[in-house]
Design a protein around this ligand. Structure first.
Ligand code: SF4
Length: 361
C-alpha cells in the first residue's frame, strides 16, 4: 500500500497561523471547585447520576453532549450528536437552561441560536486548539487581502470569528456549503487545513486555506492507517476529514491503493449514519477522537470498532465530568453568553449554513 505523506500547502493565498500556545485545561476553576466541594467529594457515581437527574428536572434543563464526551455523559444526555446536530437541537430548544457537554465554541453557538435559554458549560476551560488558531483580527486582515472573496468558517471557531465570515459549515455539510458558492467566486476557508484540502480534492476547486489544525486529528498519520489495515485488512476505514492523513488517503484511494468500497471520509454524524446503514456485522477502523467509539458501539452493537489511534484523546472534551456537570446544574455555572452585536453577525453565518443544510435523521 502506497500511502504518501500529506501534500505541502500549495497556494500563495494560504496563511499559516501565528504561533501561539495551545489553550490548557490545567488549573481549571471547575476542577478545583469540585475537588474542594464538601458535598460533591462525598458523592458516589450513583449519587451524582441521581442528583443530575433531579436537578435537570428542577432546573428545566436539557443536556446536550458531543460525540467525544465520556460514556457516562453520553448515556445521560438528552441529545448526543455532532456540532451540526447539536446546533439544530439548540435552535429548537424551548427550555430554561441548556447544559452543553462539549467545548466553548459549541456552547457559544447554542447561546446564539437559543437566546431565550441560559447556556451553561460545566468547565470554562473546555476550549479547542483548532478554534484557537484564528482570531477575528486575522480574519479581517485576510479578507482585506482578497476583496470580493467569500469567507467560509468551520464551526470550530469562536463566535467573534464567526461574526467576521459569510458562511459557517461543519464536517457534515462543508461540501454542500462550498458547492453552493458560485464557481467564479474566490473562497477563503478557515481554520482547518485538512478539511479545506479535502474539500478542494472532492470539488476540484481552488480554495485559499488557513493552515490551522486540531492537535488531536492532525496526529493521525498515513502509517497509522497502514498499520491498522495490516491487522484487519477487510475492515471499513472511517476517517474524519480533519485527520492529518486524509489527503494522503484520498491520493491512495485515487491510485487504487485503498479499497474504494471500504474507505469513507465522514464527520461524526456521518459515521453514525454509515454504521446504522451497514447491514451485516463488520470491523470498522475509526479515525477520530476515541469518544466516538462509545457512540458507534451503542448504535451498532453487532459490529466491532477499533480506534485508528488509541491515544487520540481531546483533553478539552474529557475535562467535562459527572461532578462538574452536577455542579453546573446545582450552581448555575458557567454561563456562556455572546455580546449581542457579535451574536447577530455570527447568527447570519450560521443561519446561511442551516439554510443550505437540510436537517438529517
Ligand atoms: S477534538 Fe480537536 S477540534 Fe474537536 S474540540 Fe478537541 S481540539 Fe477542538
Amino acid at each position: 500500500m502506497d500511502l504518501l505523506h500529506q501534500p505541502e500547502p500549495h497556494d500563495p493565498g494560504d496563511v499559516r497561523p501565528a504561533a501561539r500556545p495551545k489553550p490548557g485545561v490545567a488549573g481549571s476553576p471547575a476542577t478545583e471547585a469540585v475537588a474542594a466541594d464538601p458535598e460533591i467529594s462525598r458523592m458516589t457515581t450513583a449519587d451524582l447520576l441521581a442528583g443530575i437527574e433531579r436537578l435537570r428536572r428542577e432546573r428545566g434543563a436539557v443536556i446536550l453532549a458531543h460525540n467525544y464526551q465520556i460514556p457516562e455523559i453520553q448515556d445521560l444526555a438528552d441529545h448526543v450528536g455532532d456540532s451540526l446536530e447539536l446546533s439544530q437541537r439548540a435552535a429548537e430548544a424551548d427550555v430554561e437552561r441548556i447544559v452543553f457537554c462539549g467545548v466553548r465554541f459549541m456552547a457559544e453557538t447554542a447561546a446564539i441560536l437559543a437566546p431565550e435559554s441560559k447556556v451553561l458549560l460545566p468547565d470554562p476551560l473546555a476550549g479547542c486548539s483548532l478554534a484557537a488558531s484564528v482570531t477575528p483580527e486575522e480574519v479581517r486582515a485576510w479578507r482585506a487581502e482578497h476583496p470580493g472573496a467569500v469567507v467560509v468558517a468551520y464551526i470550530n471557531t469562536d463566535a467573534a470569528v464567526k461574526a467576521e465570515v459569510d458562511y459557517c459549515c461543519t464536517s457534515a455539510n462543508a461540501l454542500e456549503i462550498v458547492r453552493s458558492i458560485p464557481e467564479d467566486t474566490e473562497i477563503l476557508f478557515l481554520p482547518d487545513m485538512f478539511l479545506g484540502l479535502y474539500i478542494e480534492r472532492q470539488l476540484g476547486r481552488r480554495i485559499h486555506l488557513w493552515l490551522g489544525e486540531c492537535h488531536v486529528h492532525a496526529g493521525f498519520r498515513p502509517e497509522d492507517v497502514a498499520a491498522r489495515l495490516a491487522e484487519t485488512p477487510d475492515a471499513d476505514l472511517l476517517l474524519h476529514p480533519e485527520c492529518g492523513c486524509v489527503s494522503a488517503c484520498m491520493y491512495a484511494l485515487a491510485q487504487g491503493d485503498l479499497p474504494a468500497d471500504r474507505t469513507f471520509v465522514l464527520g461524526t454524524g456521518g459515521m453514525v449514519r454509515h454504521v446504522r446503514q451497514t447491514p451485516s456485522a463488520r470491523v470498522h477502523i475509526v479515525g477520530t477522537e476515541v469518544g466516538m467509539l462509545h457512540r458507534l458501539r451503542k448504535e451498532a452493537p453487532g459490529h466491532e470498532f477499533r480506534a485508528l489511534k488509541d491515544d487520540a484523546v481531546c483533553e478539552y472534551m474529557k475535562t467535562i465530568t459527572l461532578p462538574k456537570l452536577y455542579r453546573s446544574l446545582r450552581d448555575d455555572v458557567y454561563e456562556v453568553s455572546v455580546p449581542t452585536d457579535i451574536a447577530e453577525r455570527a447568527r447570519t453565518a450560521i443561519d446561511r449554513m442551516l439554510a443550505v443544510t437540510a436537517p438529517r435523521a
